[in-house]
Design a protein around this ligand. Structure first.
Ligand code: ZN
Length: 161
């Protein structure tokens, strides 16, 4: 029987991510990623592309921005007065800052411009608006345990919560 990636599998994946023909990140430099298939833990285009692949199979997956991190939202860019920041915070263009929203969730934003009184921060994902190409290989595959499905995440050890 050939094992194929299906809903509720725990998938282990090696990948290299290309943006505009350049390698952006690769699991060759670290460890492979693991996720629960069909639970929105990875970008939609990657989840769709992995579905049905066989264990050991390699594939090149072009993923348009809409199926990756979405298009750039101009409304996700905001000007904030510099006086609203604590003086210890380095406000340099390119720096990422963490903000808390009303629900207390942490949102990351990058400073993309600065003038005398304000900084402009961008809450768009750094890969928003980018078409991605993934070279992937399924290196391990197993069905999730009932407990993992109940929790909606993977357990790396049997006694893990
Ligand atoms: Zn758990």
């Amino acid at each position: 029987m050939t094992e194929k990636v299906q809903q509720n599998d725990v998938v282990t994946l090696d990948y290299t991510l290309y943006v505009e023909n350049e390698v952006l990140e690769s699991t060759e430099d670290g460890s492979p990623i693991q996720f629960l298939q069909g639970h929105g833990q990875i970008i939609p285009g990657l989840e769709d592309g992995v579905q049905g692949l066989e264990l050991g199979e390699e594939k090149t997956l072009p993923i348009p921005a809409e199926q990756a991190y979405g298009q750039i939202d101009p409304d996700a860019r905001q000007k904030i007065k510099i006086e609203e920041f604590s003086e210890e915070i380095p406000l340099e263009v390119g720096t990422f800052l963490d903000f808390r929203d009303e629900e207390g969730d942490v949102l990351s934003a990058q400073i993309i411009a600065k003038d005398e009184d304000t900084v402009t921060v961008d809450f768009n994902h750094p890969l928003a608006g980018k078409d991605l190409v993934f070279e992937i290989k399924v290196t391990d595959l197993r069905p999730a345990t009932p407990e993992e499905l109940e929790h909606g995440h993977i357990h790396h050890r049997p006694d893990e919560d």
